[in-house]
Structures are given as structure tokens and as C-alpha cells.
Write a protein that binds this ligand. Structure first.
Ligand SMILES: C[S@@+](CC[C@H](N)C(=O)[O-])C[C@H]1O[C@@H](n2cnc3c(N)ncnc32)[C@H](O)[C@@H]1O
Length: 576
């Protein structure tokens, strides 16, 4: 039989023990440390501990029942589907509610004076190998659903208003609630400023319906949540820097996911100030990059992405967003006032020129682009690529401004007959050559060191990946004219970009639109905008398909009656 994870059984046993032994009067000053004696007595006279709640992740129902029995809880306790916890989990993790099988059970226990209590067991089924394992690890680390519930004895509206006022005066923030007609009960949730007695959330439960109290509670909660949301947004810069500094220090590389490292050892190995490092680690714990344990800190799955040696590492992105692009964002107001890229204003030159003069920065930028390469995963299977690869004489793909060869490498690796040409600036050509050689497809690649004007003619597929968004419309039109001029009548052009949604809904493209404006003077565009730019260059947008990370691939060809632009330069030929 499959078993509930040992960490969950430990937590269940501890919660059951807490409910069995905890005296309400002794618990209250732990939850609200500033209560004076009169307040504590008044609260204890009106409220009693009813349950403590936890979320566990059994592989199936039988394993959950066995876990209950192992903790001396009735294994035959009925379960019912959760609505609230399931909704909260789905919202927190961006999941469909239908994917989350959350059930609730209330196994009965008795308190120290024989009073009836329960343990509220919320159980999300996570079978072995399930992709919900990451969600479970996050929830175990953060205990968002853990709470204690106080039953209000002989409730009335006046008493509930008074209890609400008392709790909020002591820093407990209203955090939602509701009326359940099936059990004729009103629930008011509060969040404490910090975990007390192991709990951050408190529930007040009262028998009966108190619509006025509930309305006030929900309204206060709304205002509180807005303020908290705004604080999170305003401190986004701290998050960027905490992650970037960790990456720069090599902190994720010095930690492990399986065994903990104590801050002293870590500070010594990183050459850091121990107390400051511990503060940073606590913040990283809040962000979910590390977890805290009695013997130190462990890296999480998310934190692992900041290691240098992880496949798909995002370390270079952290260094860029916490480095030059962080500095330029501090001058965003210049861009908004003048329309000029803040980066150029701050550094005195275009970011490509700036990076090109600093080999280390240029390499970090290329690696940061590669960190978003998950977007490329479906491209080798694009019909245009399949057609070129499957032709009797396999075709040639030209990757224009192909960076360090990440995409071309994937195309050539997936299709051993394809030939590739990479057009880039000198430093990137060298990086691409090394990459394609390492992938074992360097012998099927040629390199053109040059400018957009040097797009070689005569190939079958042309690719512009994350290039057009770097430039304003005039420069894009020029680049597309160079492509159109080089493309034979049968050739296809694939444009990879984040495309702004036509219906105005937000997407990752909305965020990168701001980033491009601030740092490159470019922008993200809607598909109809690309269609117009293409048409001006004598090309026709044929279709569009989605890519991971909010990307899309736009497919274009020469318009049937395309007339070469008069400004077009003489053709560059494919390398011999
Ligand atoms: C945002 S990166 C995209 C790289 C790659 N296509 C990708 O998707 O990862 C833009 C690339 O344009 C190249 N680039 C900038 N100006 C260029 C020019 N005038 N001619 C050719 N390439 C240029 C840069 O070197 C950089 O690698």
C-alpha cells in the first residue's frame, strides 16, 4: 500500500496533540501577545479552541486513513469535498480547481477537560510522480492553510463586533469569511502579523447568521488585502535584488536540496557577513527559494533555477535584471517623459553596443537570452521546419541575429539533414560557433558576421527570434525589407516574439513591452501590428501559433505580388 509522506504524518500527529492538550486560556496570549489580563479573561470567557487545521498530501484515500489511524484519530471519519481550500490553492498556484482533489475531514478528539474538539484535516491527493509534488512542497514549507479555530460561545452580533474589534486592535487582519447555510454557521478569518504558537491564521466560528458583522469583516479584509498587495508590489525591487545578490554570491550553488547548511558554514564558504546573510536567507525563505530547517537552510526547486549548473538555469537573467536593467529601470521616468530608452540615457549608448564592449556582460546577456529558451521547444516541430527538413534535398535555415546559437542548435540537432546559417555580431558569432560545435552540429553551420543588411539570400527558412521587439517600427521595417529581399519566392519567415493580446487582456508580453521600451527603445506588438510591418516589406502574415512562456511564432511569406523595395541593397549570398 502507498503511504502518506512521513513529514505529513509528523505534522498530523503534532496537530492532533496540540488540539488534545491545548488550554484555550493559555493559548490566547500566545496568539495575541499584547493582550492584557482583562482582555485575555474576556476572550477566554467567550471563546474556546474548536479545532486546528492542516493540509496533507496523501497518495490516495487508503493512505490518508492509515495516517489517521497512525495518529490515533478515527480512520472512518467521513470526508467531504473542500470548496474554500481548493479555491485558495488553485488561485495561489495558478491551477485549475478541477485538477485539485481536496477533501476535508474532522476527526474527533477531546480537549484537556474532556471538551469535544476536532482536527481539521484538509487532504490534497498527490499520487507518486504527480506534477503536484512541487505544490505540495511549497505548501508544506509555508503552511498557508494551517490555522486555529475558536468557537464563540452564545454568540450575538454585539459580541462578534466586540471580538472582531479586540482581535484587529491586536494586529489580527481580517482575511475573509462567510456564512455556511448547511451548518448555519458564520466564519470570520484573521491573519496574524507573524506566526504565533506555530499559527498565522485564526478563525472565529459562531453558530447562526450575522450578515452585518460579516459585511463589515469582508469590507475591512478588502481594504487590508489592497494595502498588503500594494506593499508586495512596492517592494518588488527588494525581491529582484535579493535573488540577484544570491546568484552573484553563488548562494544557490553552495546549498543543497537534500541536506541543510547552517548559516555560519554558508557565510564562511561565500565570504559573507553571517548576520546579514541570515537576514537574506529569511527573505529568500519567504520567496520560496530556500526552506529553513532546525539545522540550516535547503534550496528549493525554484532556488535551484538560480544555480549556474542547472539545465535551463536562470542565473544570468537574475544578473541582468538585478544589474544593468535594474539600473536602467531607475530611470524609467526619463523614458516615460521623453520617449527615449532609459538605458541609452543612463549608459550613453544602445544596450547592444554597451554589451559588445564588455565581453563578460555580453556573455551574461547571451546566457540570459538562452534562459528563456524554453520558448523554443516546439519550434523544431513547426510545419515549415518539418517541410524544409523533409525535402529531398534538406533545406537551409538562416537565423538572423541568432544570439549564441541556442535556437539554431535545437533545429539542427532535431533535424540531422538541415543546414544552418547564423548571422550575428562578432562576439555572438564566436559564442554560437562554440555552442554548435559542442552540440556536434557545427559542421552543418555557417556563420555570417555582419549586420541585418547582410541577410544571405537563397535559403528556405528565415528566423527572426526576439529581434524585432528590440527596435522601433522604422528599424523593423528596414530589417524586414532585408529579409524580403533575401527570401526566394518559396522561402518562409518565422518570427518568434511575445505578441500582445488583441483583446487588451494582460499577458507576459505586457510586462516585456515596458522592459523593451525602457531598455531597447523597442516594444512588443499585436499580431495585426506585425502584419502591417510585414505587408510594408512585401511580406504576408499567414498564421500564428503559441509557444511556451507567453511566446508565439508568426509565419510569413513573400506576398504574391511583392515588389522589391527601392531602397533594398544588393543581395548578400549564402556562404559558399
Ligand atoms: C534579443 S537578442 C535575440 C537573440 C536570439 N535570436 C534569441 O532569440 O535568443 C537580439 C540579438 O540581436 C543581435 N543584434 C543586434 N543588432 C544587430 C545587428 N545590427 N545585426 C545583427 N544582429 C544584431 C544581438 O547581438 C542579439 O544577439
Amino acid at each position: 500500500m502507498m503511504a502518506t509522506p512521513p513529514d505529513d504524518i509528523t505534522e498530523l500527529r503534532a496537530t492532533a496533540e496540540f488540539v488534545r492538550t491545548q488550554d484555550t486560556a493559555a493559548l490566547l496570549p500566545h496568539l495575541l501577545p499584547d493582550l492584557d489580563e482583562a482582555e485575555r479573561q474576556a476572550l477566554a470567557a467567550h471563546c474556546g479552541l474548536a479545532h486546528a487545521a492542516l493540509l496533507v498530501f496523501p497518495p490516495d484515500d487508503a493512505a490518508l486513513r492509515a495516517a489517521l489511524a497512525a495518529c490515533d484519530l478515527p480512520a472512518d471519519t467521513p470526508s467531504f469535498p473542500s470548496v474554500v481550500v481548493r479555491h485558495r490553492l488553485a488561485a495561489r498556484h495558478g491551477r485549475a480547481e478541477a485538477d485539485l482533489d481536496v477533501r476535508i475531514l474532522h476527526p474527533r478528539v477531546t480537549g484537556p477537560d474532556g471538551e469535544p474538539r476536532t482536527v481539521e484535516v484538509c487532504a490534497l491527493t498527490v499520487p507518486p510522480g504527480s506534477e503536484l509534488a512541487g505544490l505540495a512542497a511549497h505548501e508544506r514549507a509555508h503552511r498557508h492553510e494551517a490555522h486555529v479555530a475558536l468557537e464563540v460561545e452564545q454568540p450575538n452580533a454585539l459580541l462578534l463586533h466586540g471580538l472582531r474589534a479586540l482581535l484587529t486592535r491586536h494586529g489580527a487582519a481580517p482575511d475573509g469569511g462567510g456564512y455556511n447555510p448547511h451548518e448555519n454557521g458564520t466564519v470570520l478569518y484573521f491573519t496574524l502579523p507573524a506566526a504565533q504558537a506555530g499559527y498565522r491564521r485564526v478563525e472565529l466560528h459562531a453558530h447562526g447568521n450575522y450578515p452585518g458583522v460579516l459585511a463589515d469583516h469582508l469590507a475591512d479584509g478588502g481594504a487590508h488585502r489592497s494595502a498588503e498587495t500594494l506593499l508586495h508590489l512596492l517592494t518588488g525591487a527588494w525581491t529582484t535584488q535579493a535573488l540577484a545578490v544570491s546568484a552573484r554570491l553563488g548562494l544557490p550553488d553552495a546549498l543543497d536540496t537534500a541536506t541543510a547548511t547552517d548559516p555560519r558554514t554558508l557565510a564562511r564558504s561565500l565570504g559573507a557577513h553571517q548576520e546579514s546573510l541570515t537576514t537574506l536567507l529569511r527573505y529568500l525563505t519567504m520567496l520560496g527559494a530556500v526552506t529553513e530547517h532546525p539545522d540550516g537552510y535547503r534550496l528549493t526547486e525554484l532556488g535551484t533555477l538560480l544555480r549556474a549548473d542547472t539545465p535551463g538555469s536562470m542565473r544570468a537573467l537574475a544578473l541582468m535584471y538585478g544589474g544593468p536593467f535594474y539600473q536602467s529601470f531607475a530611470a524609467l521616468d526619463h523614458t516615460v517623459r521623453t520617449g527615449e530608452a532609459a538605458f541609452d540615457h543612463l549608459f550613453g549608448e544602445n544596450h547592444f553596443d554597451h554589451f559588445a564592449r564588455d565581453p563578460e556582460l555580453a556573455a551574461t546577456f547571451d546566457q540570459s537570452m538562452a534562459a528563456g529558451a524554453r520558448m523554443f521547444e516546439p519550434v523544431p516541430a513547426h510545419p515549415v521546419v518539418l517541410a524544409a527538413a523533409g525535402a529531398p534535398r534538406p533545406g537551409t535555415v538562416v537565423d538572423i541575429a541568432g544570439g549564441n546559437g541556442e535556437l539554431l542548435g535545437r533545429l539542427l540537432t532535431a533535424h540531422p539533414g538541415l543546414h544552418g546559417v547564423l548571422l550575428e555580431r562578432p562576439h555572438a558569432v564566436e559564442a554560437a560557433r562554440r555552442r554548435l560545435d559542442a552540440l556536434g552540429c557545427g559542421d552543418r553551420a555557417d556563420y555570417v558576421t555582419g549586420d541585418f543588411a547582410d541577410v544571405p539570400a537563397g535559403a528556405d527558412v528565415y528566423v527572426l527570434s526576439r529581434v524585432l521587439h528590440d527596435w522601433d517600427d522604422a528599424r523593423c521595417a528596414e530589417i524586414l525589407r532585408h529579409c524580403a529581399r533575401a527570401m526566394p519566392a518559396h522561402a518562409d519567415l518565422l518570427i518568434l516574439e511575445r505578441v500582445l493580446p488583441a483583446d487588451g487582456s494582460t499577458s507576459l508580453a505586457t510586462a516585456w513591452d515596458l522592459h523593451m521600451m525602457c531598455n531597447t527603445g523597442g516594444r512588443e506588438r499585436r499580431a495585426d501590428h506585425y502584419a502591417r510591418l510585414l505587408a510594408d516589406a512585401g511580406l504576408q502574415l499567414l498564421d500564428q501559433s503559441p509557444l511556451p512562456l507567453g511566446g508565439a511564432v508568426l509565419h510569413a511569406r513573400r506576398a504574391a505580388a511583392a515588389v522589391p523595395h527601392p531602397a533594398a541593397a544588393p543581395e548578400a549570398r549564402l556562404p559558399a
